[in-house]
Every structure is written in C-alpha cells, then in structure tokens.
Write a protein that binds this ligand. Sequence first.
Ligand code: SAJ
Length: 406
Amino acid sequence: MSKIVVIGLGYIGLPTAGMFAHNGHEVVGVDISPYVVNTINKGEIHLEEPGLAEFIRECVEAGNLRGSLTPESADAFIIAVPTPMLADKQADLSYVEAATKTLVPYLKTGDLVVLESTVPPMTTEKVVGDILREGGLDPLHDLNVVHSPERVLPGRIMTELVENDRVIGGLTAEASQLAYELYKSFVKGDIHLTDATTAEMVKLMENTTRDVNIALANQFAIIAEQLNVNVWEAIEFANRHPRINILKPGPGVGGHCIAIDPWFLIHSVPLVPELLVKARQLNDFMPSYVSQKVLDLSQKHSIVKPKVAALGLAYKADVDDPRESPAIEVIHQLMNAGCEVAAYDPFIQTVVGVPCVESLEAAVQDADCILVLTDHAYFQELIPAQFVTQLSNPIVVDTRHCLPHD
Ligand code: SAJ
C-alpha cells in the first residue's frame, strides 16, 4: 500500500484517485478549487461520469480518499491537470508547471512522479525535469519520473481506466518499473514500458489518428454530396471491406482532446506536418459547411430568416459536455447570419450565448428547419414523422445520420 497524492481532480484525476483508493492505497486528491475539495470531502462529485459518484462516495466513506487544497508528503505524486491550447495553438503548460512547482517542497528521495496530462513531446524530460532540477532534485537519480498518459473515453472512463492497456514512459527504466507496480494495482489491460518521449508521442498519435480519420470521413461527405451520393450508405458498404474502417462524418470535432492534441504534435517539429494541419483545418471548417447548408436550403424554400430547431449542444453523443462543441459554433454562425435559433439538448440546460429551450416540442414549434447536431440516443429514438409533418417547410439537416432516413 502506498500513499498517493493526485493533483487535479477533473475528469481524469478524480476517477484515477478513486481507482487507487478502491485498491488499498491512501489517496489525497488536491485541487485549487475549494468547491471541488469540499464536494469530494462530502463524498460527492462535481462532474458527470457514469458510475463515478457511487465510486467516490464509497472511497471517501471508507476513509481512503480525501480532498485537500495543498499536497503533502507521499510515496507517489500524480499530475492530472488540464493542458489547454493557447491562441497560437501552442500547448498551455502553465497548469503542469504550477502543479510540478507545488510538489517540489514535498518530494523526497525515491518518490514517484507521474505526469498523466497530455503534453507535447519532451515535456516530461525538459519542462517537468527542469522544474525539479531548479528545486534541487535530480529527476534521474533522486526521483522516479514517468509520463503515463490517460487514454480513457469520456462516458466510459470507469471501465476504460481498468481495461485499457496503459503506456508508461520513464526517464529511467527503474522509474517505469516503479510506476508499473503502482498502476497494476487496478489496471487489467497490459502495461507497456518505454521512455517518456515515446509515451508522449503515443498519446498524441492516438488522438491525431482519430482526427485525421474523422477529416477523411468529412471529406468523403463533402464529395458525396456533390455527386448526389448518400455518404452513409457508401461508408457502410466500404466498411464491409475487411481492411476498411471509415469513421463518421459530422458537424466537426469537439471536446478538449482531439481538436487540440494534433497541434502539440504539429508544433513539435520544424518541418510542418501538412497532412495533420489539413485534417485539422477540414474538421474546423465543418461547422461553416453545416451552417451554409441550412442557409442554402432555406433560401431554396424562399425563407429569408429561418427559425432553426437545433437539436444537440454536447460535443458528442450522450455526454453533458459542451466544451469546444461544433454544435455551438454552428448555432453562433446561424445566429450571426440572422436565423432565429431554439436549441435543445436533453443533457444541457444552458450555454452562455445560446438560446436554449426546455423541451424538444418547444424547439421544433414553428421551426422552418430541424438541424440535428448531436446524436444523443434520445434523438435517435425520435419518430420524425410526428413533428416534421407539422412544419410548413420540412427542412431536416441531420449532420449525424441520427434520425431514421425514411
Ligand atoms: N467524431 C466524429 N466522427 C467519429 C468519431 C468522433 O465526428 O466517427 C467527433 C465526436 O462527435 C466529437 C469528437 O469527434 O465531437 C471527439 O470525440 P471522440 O469520441 O472521438 O473522442 P473524445 O475526445 O471524447 O476522447 C478521445 C479518445 N481518444 C481516442 O479515441 C483515440 C479518448 O480515448 C482519449 O482518452 C481522449 O480523447 C483524451 O482525453 O485524450
């Protein structure tokens, strides 16, 4: 059993702290927000993730997990803070730097320091390593420092934390081995040991692969539309080939990972990786493509300022997370073009700057156009005939192939 300090109690840090606490470790979860710390100490949680609330309540009640505003001495320290993107699309490492600095006074020889946040290549070695060196600690000899990227899918975090394979990249082989021993207390997937920079690149390659593949699907959708081909049917048939797996086109790529991480890779080398840049640009263009489609169809039906029922605000199906959601970008563009928008999402009640309504019925009432932006199961179960026929101009733009086609 070890004592573990987890810095950052967000979507990754909190479930990870819970996993260690459930598996016999004493865990202190540290966050800069007093609200978050108080909520955890009451045995409650401040974010939505299936299975997490019960899990954390049990750890806190059992006395294995507590929240704190400051770190304390421990055997292992896990950094799980955000790495957002700056306006120039470089990584904002300020949270990683601040977290590392707060740890320095509590570190002793032999401690394990794990960076879980997604970071540009060389961050563990150079950024974290330099801060530790400035604090008088040699990251190669005094401490065991590793990068072990989180790889779990929002909505399935509690399952994937346990079942997914994990990559651990240490600044030394001893550090990797020590982290391996710790993580195997709850990881059932295989744990692969490597060096820190390889682990950083593995994580970025995963999300970049998804971004490029989504861009390819979106490119196919744009081509198919011009050829009057149903792209969903074409993809379904192409995917019957044993070596083809085309992803789904849509209104763009949202969330705080896949739209950001490719830039960390792009900026890590002097020679611009054009393919990755083009994929990012194409996915970023999709909200404009969708909003223009709505405007073109409205014009075709001689509607000057269409009323649009926008269904879905979350960045993807069945989550309550509107961060970087392409749906919100599409809605803003339509509003800027003079459309009247009524947005409805069964998981999200309000988003600043978006006119949200409380029900599907309220959204579609008097609408000229129904625009599906997120493929929540709730929308997939709808029977469009029940409300589309009430519209005077039944324009339906289903960006997710969510409603039944007929
Ligand atoms: N999307 C499409 N078409 C698709 C798949 C996704 O348009 O075929 C869109 C979604 O609607 C969404 C965006 O892409 O807007 C991203 O969704 P996602 O489900 O692909 O990924 P995230 O951001 O929720 O989580 C990803 C995961 N990475 C991979 O699957 C490689 C997860 O495993 C990572 O841990 C997470 O990023 C992260 O934290 O980095």
